[in-house]
Design a binder for this molecule. Structure first.
Ligand code: PMP
Length: 478
């Protein structure tokens, strides 16, 4: 047996193997899943704009006018008028000076972290941040300090340990999701911004699940918290509420100029194509013209949550559009997913490494385009499916407990993320008077994929402007 087939059968035995399911038709409330009609309850097309006629038309028109591909990196010939127009609109929407588009949210996070906290810098990252942030930390070659999920006291302690308040010259970056993708929790943005200012760190906030879903006129969690103008870097994706593909970073002009000069995932990757950009532009227009969609999403979220509670699931009565039904064991979550699909509801089971072991779940997501009746039916089907596979809904769902987080440093073995995570439980002893002794230096060149290794030269000496790690005379773009 080859190493690959061994690995695959190991994943199968652990209940962790993945298959691609085929959806026919657009990402609407009802789709054909592998040929079978189902209610779709796991798409991030939160506002129902991916399949909106105006968005489709805009993308189709753009294909006719500008073609399909952008042809090269943004730094070569890939910056087209349509890119510039969307950047201007997004900067106005986010109320920042400037904006730059990236190929995807994943690329944006990787680029931002590497640029703002490269070698010699320090990144402070929530332990449940998205995999793209985790990978950004790894590739950046900065020192990575992972603080406990949502724990501002731990973040403060970590900032204190790594440079304190005095060290203004050190490049320090705090990075967090604003809405955590798998649990729908909100980051403590106000406290994070305060700590950043006290400890002279920059803050980057990933609004992937917040843009279009919360805040005044759907402007996200930063706006909802009244923090506009106080976050250094806002990362957003065009792939979720904005119904398209691609991503953006909003910041002041200087930071954007710096990213254009140093963010490797921008420089070395083809610009997103005109149809995707025009589609996002139309979606943004629809959002700003008719922000009632955001309210519809939120009232739908409450409707689903109440209907699930009526079935016995312990979900909070709130308006967050991401609703985790935490089953625990991998196999059980797959069985629940399958039972629901057979009864006409599709909510994909999410397993490690996307979530910590023992917290496998159905991650339900609401769309503004669902009807309340569809959401009630979905809740009934989920209740019936849980009972059919021997699960009492009452036991399905409490959000992550402190103990659940204890294992997060184990699951790197199966794929991607969170190598630097150290949680309180994994630290043998705490020192007297020191709240948490969990700092960790990440100096692991092995984290740099082999593909890139050839490109990485020796570190630049002092006085050299950028941490591009390329020994070529100029920036060579893809
Ligand atoms: N950040 C978060 C929090 C996400 O959930 C995702 C996508 N799941 C991304 C970034 C990546 O965005 P994209 O899909 O545009 O690459």
């Amino acid at each position: 047996m080859s190493e690959i087939s061994e690995r695959l059968s190991e994943l199968e035995q652990l209940g962790l193997d993945r298959r691609l399911r085929l959806v026919s038709g657009p990402q609407g409330p009802r789709v054909l899943l592998d040929g079978k009609p189902v209610l779709l309850l796991c798409s991030n097309n939160y506002l129902g704009l991916a399949d909106h006629p105006r968005v489709r038309e805009a993308a189709a028109d753009a294909a006719m006018r500008w073609g399909v591909g952008a042809g090269s990196s943004r730094l070569v010939s890939g910056t087209m008028t349509i890119h510039r127009r969307l950047e201007e609109r997004l900067a106005a929407f986010e109320r920042t000076e400037s904006c730059v588009l990236f190929g995807s949210g994943y690329l944006a996070n990787v680029g931002v972290i590497g640029a703002l906290a490269g070698s010699g810098g320090t990144v402070f990252s929530d332990e449940l941040n998205h995999a793209s942030i985790v990978d950004g930390c790894r590739l950046s070659r900065a020192e990575v300090v992972v603080y406990r999920h949502l724990d501002v006291e731990h973040l403060q302690w970590s900032l204190h340990r790594h440079g304190g308040r005095r060290n203004a010259a050190a490049r320090r970056l705090i990075v967090t999701d604003s809405v955590f993708s798998m649990d729908g929790e909100l980051a403590p943005l106000e406290e994070i911004v305060e700590l950043a200012s006290a400890y002279r760190a920059r803050v980057a906030v990933d609004e992937a699940h917040a843009t279009g879903a919360l805040g005044p006129d759907g402007r996200g969690a930063i706006a909802a918290a009244g923090l506009e103008g106080e976050v250094d870097v806002i990362v957003g994706t065009l792939g979720k509420a904005l119904g398209s593909y691609g991503a953006y970073v909003c910041a002041d002009e200087e930071i954007v100029r710096y990213l254009i000069n140093t963010a490797r995932s921008l420089i070395f990757s083809t610009a997103p194509g005109p149809p995707a950009i025009a589609g996002a532009l139309a979606a943004l227009e629809l959002l700003t013209e008719r922000p009632h969609r955001v309210q519809r999403l939120r009232s739908n979220a409450r409707a689903l949550r109440r209907a699930l509670a009526a079935e016995g699931f312990p979900v909070a009565d709130e308006e967050m559009h991401i609703v985790p039904l935490i089953v625990g064991e991998e196999d059980a979550s797959m069985r629940l997913c399958q039972a629901a699909v057979e009864r006409g509801v599709f909510a994909q089971a999410i397993r490690p490494p996307t979530v910590p072991p023992e917290t496998s779940r159905l991650r339900l997501t609401v769309m503004a385009s669902h009807t309340p009746a569809e959401l009630r039916i979905a809740a009934e089907v989920l209740g019936e499916s849980a009972r059919a596979v021997g699960l009492d809904p009452v036991t399905v769902g409490p959000p992550l407990l402190e103990e659940d987080l204890a294992h997060t440093d184990e699951y790197d073995e199966y794929g991607v993320l969170r190598e630097p995570v150290v949680t309180a439980q994994s630290v043998p002893e705490r020192q007297q008077g020191v709240p948490f002794d969990v700092e960790r230096r990440v100096e692991h060149p092995e984290a740099v994929p082999a593909l890139l290794a050839g490109e990485l030269g020796s570190s630049r000496g002092p006085g050299q402007p950028f941490d591009l790690e390329r020994e070529t005379s100029g920036v060579r773009a893809a």
